[in-house]
Design a protein around this ligand. Structure first.
Ligand SMILES: Nc1nc2c(ncn2[C@@H]2O[C@H](COP(=O)(O)OP(=O)(O)OP(=O)(O)O)[C@@H](O)[C@H]2O)c(=O)[nH]1
Length: 541
């Protein structure tokens, strides 16, 4: 419950904001998100009002932009058993409603003070919290969250459920330790118990209210935890595929290299087994060969635990065992037989490794097919890493949101193919005018995101200005020899210590929108209080 409360008011729907503006500018619908997070309106709105469906930053988890029909409104995905439990627990609150109303009316500010006082004392929580955030946003939103929970009736189930889910997703994005969340839950229970006892008319009434509130908090935290776990699993899968993707950058070359190394081992064995003196067995073991070392250190890490990798490992073991057992003292005929077996096993390995490489061919989808820049689905992985690096080392990073100007007119005047060539041209300029350590993503149709690691404001603005100038000064040469001038609007946001990666993206987006409004072909730095782009309703500072 540390950051979640802030996010109840600050974060909801940032992904939607970014996606909406992306769609707005690109003319293409952003990809569908998987997660559905719905929140009640910010201020004292009735909980029973159905909350709008919100998309989360799963936006950037999705595949490249595609045109899709509008999504039908959906209720948040719910587990039926959990929903029944919610209903039961909300029902149990009814008889004690009067007492809870009293607590809602005057008891929550003290509780929020106590809660955040304790959290700020915890050095781990300090990573996610600043006294200013706590004072300005977190305490009020914790009170709001509690007020909503204590006032909720069965008709509010959808909203409540989605609210807890959202909190869980946010905790996962930020990486709040689960035990800290549970500690927060425990503190709230203790505080509410004390408040109930202070106001209840007798022990029996107090116990009834305590039981009702405890069970409500329990189920709220269970719902959050489920969403948290699902989010972490999804993020883990993407992180995993990114590791794999970055490990084997050029699959074709790597595959040929490993074929050659396996062949080199086979030749060494052939040479040794047909020579008069085969030499030491140890030198022939496949596990000691360059291929064997590659497989152990990189192949297994890259391909993971699959039937094929297990089979390669088993055959390699068989090869080494046969060499140990059958080579020492073997006569020419025995060596010939051994050689035949070894070559047959090597052939099996070759075919299995070929299959493994084929299986990861689709990792090429880690790159955008047109521009060869990184696919946006890896953006959360990179931003989470940068945020964690910033927390651990203080190294700041920046996000540039770059959108080509009047791109529709280019398509309309010169055709879609020329538009595609312009996108490739700009992608190449981005590569040429950034550092090797920067990450370049195609974010939407004619929109790019650049993540600059270890930069301050001046350097980030310098790189952004360099990109702007490079694009403005490097027209695309057309098939008929003519030239097509291009410009871009760039929003720059420096990481401000906020642990949620959606926020820095949304700030860069707002700055980019200002660059468009200011006349295009310019760089704008995100500053506090910048107005939201239309459609980005949840973009709040
Ligand atoms: N050729 C090509 N065009 C694309 C691609 N993806 C999106 N677009 C086009 O990009 C254009 C974006 O247009 P708008 O969002 O109206 O923005 P704009 O014309 O660049 O105007 P401003 O952003 O306001 O300067 C649309 O016409 C899209 O069809 C693509 O992959 N290839």
């Amino acid at each position: 419950m540390t950051v979640a409360n802030e996010n109840l008011t600050q974060i909801p729907g940032l992904g939607r904001a970014v996606r909406a503006s992306c769609a707005r500018r690109s003319g293409r619908r952003p990809p569908e998100a998987t997660a559905v997070a719905t929140l009640p309106p910010r201020s004292p709105a009735p909980l029973s009002t159905a909350a709008p469906r919100r998309r989360t930053i799963a936006s950037v988890n999705a595949s490249p932009p595609t045109v899709r029909p509008p999504a039908a409104p959906q209720r948040p995905r719910r587990d039926t058993r959990l929903a029944e439990d919610w209903e039961r627990r909300l029902g149990a609150v009814a008889p004690v409603r009067g007492l809870l109303e009293e607590i809602r009316a005057d008891g929550l500010a003290v509780l929020a003070d106590h809660f955040y006082g304790d959290m700020l004392d915890d050095p781990r929580a300090a990573r996610y919290l600043s006294p200013e955030q706590v004072r300005e946003r977190l305490k009020p939103s914790l009170q709001r969250w509690l007020r909503d929970l204590l006032a909720a009736g069965i008709g509010d189930l959808d909203t409540l459920y989605a609210q807890q889910q959202h909190v869980g997703h946010v905790h996962a994005r930020i990486g709040v330790p689960v035990d800290l969340v549970y500690r927060g839950g425990r503190m709230l229970k203790d505080g509410l118990r004390a408040a109930i006892r202070a106001r209840a008319d007798g022990e029996a009434a107090a116990l009834e209210a305590i039981e009702a509130v405890d069970s409500l908090l329990d189920i709220a935290f269970e719902t959050m935890t489920r969403a948290y776990a699902r989010s972490r699993e999804d993020a883990g899968a993407v992180d995993g595929s990114f590791r794999l993707f970055s490990l084997i950058q050029n699959i074709g070359t790597e595959r040929e290299r490993q074929r050659a190394l396996l062949l080199a081992w086979e030749n060494a064995v052939l040479y040794a087994l047909t020579a008069e003196q085969p030499g030491p067995t140890q030198a022939l073991l496949i596990s000691r060969s360059e291929f064997g070392l590659w497989f152990l250190h990189k192949g297994l890490a890259s391909f993971g635990d699959t039937a094929e990798t297990r089979e390669v490992a088993a055959i390699s073991g068989r090869i080494d065992q046969a060499l140990h057992e059958r080579l020492p003292g073997a006569d020419a005929a025995a060596r010939r037989a051994l050689l035949e077996d070894l070559r047959a096993w090597a052939e099996e390995i070759r075919s299995l490794v070929g299959m493994l490489f084929e299986g990861i061919g689709d990792l090429e989808s880690g790159r955008d097919a047109l521009t060869r820049l990184l696919n946006r689905r890896f953006l959360p992985t990179i931003l989470r890493r940068e945020i964690s690096l910033h927390a651990n080392t203080g190294r700041q990073f920046a996000v540039l949101m770059l959108d080509l100007d009047h791109f529709k007119a280019i398509n309309d005047t010169h055709g879609h193919e020329t538009g595609d060539r312009a996108l490739q041209h700009v992608a190449a300029l981005l590569v040429d005018n950034t550092r090797g350590s920067d990450y370049l993503f195609r974010y939407g149709g004619e929109e790019f995101v650049v993540v600059l690691g270890s930069v301050g404001e001046t350097e980030a603005l310098g790189i952004a200005e360099g990109l702007r100038r490079a694009i403005a000064e490097s027209p695309l040469t057309l098939a008929d020899g003519g030239r097509l001038d291009l410009t871009a609007s760039i929003g720059v946001a420096l990481q401000d210590g906020h642990p949620d990666y959606e926020r820095v993206l949304a700030r860069a987006d707002a700055a980019m929108y200002q660059a468009k409004r200011g006349g295009r072909d310019r760089v704008v730095l995100a500053v506090k209080g910048m107005p939201e782009p239309p459609g980005a309703r949840a973009l709040r500072y």
